[in-house]
Design a protein around this ligand. Structure first.
Ligand code: FES
Length: 209
């Protein structure tokens, strides 16, 4: 009965583990999804099933991805809320130190802030790319996307939410539902730190990639 109802909500993954814990009649039902509304509707429907009358005790456990508060606020409300982490970069000639080089190993990504904006850093074969981390389609976090390096083309990242593709070099949208590309930033490393700057605010005296 539960499986039949679960099939009506294809975006919610349902993993059931039997014989969990102390006794045979206990089991864990793990739900996984991105849309809380679907999840609430599914649980509501499951509670009305005949089989639910034979459940002695439910112990809900909620888990999610841990995020620092500024990032969580940014995820929920976008730029007007993210000013909480704003830094004045104009006094720094546009450059902002955002991470240690050793914290971005080959093939890794990292989320940083440039003023109020989320920036995704990508270390692709020793070249560091920086681009606005919010996918223009629905604000998906690009630093969590899959990176590929097609032969003869720019390395690209796939938005993890609805599969828009962006060039890491130019920020141009290469495919998928995004209506436009994303801003890319200049990157330089100095004294073991990664610095980024908007392209139009670079000072001539400071060498950059
Ligand atoms: S949020 Fe990136 S493709 Fe939809």
């Amino acid at each position: 009965e539960h499986i039949r109802i679960g099939r009506k909500y294809p975006d919610i993954k349902l993993n059931t583990t039997y014989s969990y814990g102390i006794d045979d009649q206990e089991f864990v039902v793990a739900f996984e999804g991105d849309n809380p509304h679907d999840f609430v509707d599914l649980v509501q429907e499951l509670r009305l099933t005949e089989a639910s009358m034979y459940t002695l005790q439910d112990t809900p456990m909620h888990i999610c991805l841990a995020k620092p508060l500024p990032e969580m606020l940014d995820t929920l409300g976008g730029q007007p809320i993210a000013h909480l982490v704003e830094e004045d970069v104009t006094e720094l000639g546009g450059w902002l130190q955002v991470a240690r080089v050793e914290d971005l190993p080959l093939g890794e990504t990292r989320l940083v802030y440039y003023g109020r904006e989320q920036i995704g850093l990508f270390n692709i074969e020793g070249t560091i790319y920086a681009l606005n981390n919010r996918c223009p389609h629905a604000r998906g976090p690009l630093h969590e996307g899959e990176v590929s390096c097609p032969a003869g083309a720019d390395p690209q990242v796939r938005c993890p939410w609805h599969e828009a593709y962006f060039s890491l070099e130019s920020g141009q949208v290469l495919g998928g539902p995004s209506p436009r590309g994303v801003e890319t930033f200049q990157v330089k490393t100095e004294d073991g730190y990664i610095h980024i700057a908007r392209r139009e605010t670079i000072e001539e005296t400071m060498p950059a990639r």
